[in-house]
Ligand binder design. Sequence first.
Ligand code: FES
Length: 131
Amino acid sequence: MSKHTVFVCKSCFFSLERRDYLGQRGGKYLCVRLQNLAQDWQLKNDFFIQEVECLSACNRPCVVAFAAPKKTTLMFGDLPPLNSASVVLKFAEQYFESYDGLIKRQDRPEVLQKGILARIPPLPALSIATQ
Ligand code: FES
């Protein structure tokens, strides 16, 4: 199966009112928690955790996006950085198992039942037309 990726914004504020927590951005804190938690994760060789500078949803910290070839890309905001790492990995497992990347709202972890910011269809399949 092709590689899957969760993009994690490392620049997100800790919250709308507060930029840093323990000297780092909320997004960076979440990135570090995710990387640590993923060391023992069953999907660690199949799912990239990719830090990015910004996902352009800066007023909805923290922000992550799940993407894979032939699947819908899903972006979520409003993730509390202190306790969202396990939720992100749980949802990543659901996303990995799904055929098209779409997971029903009621089946997602609670924090991801709201806060969806984008749902982007997969790229159309290339057709090789011979004439
Ligand atoms: S700072 Fe996180 S989305 Fe822009």
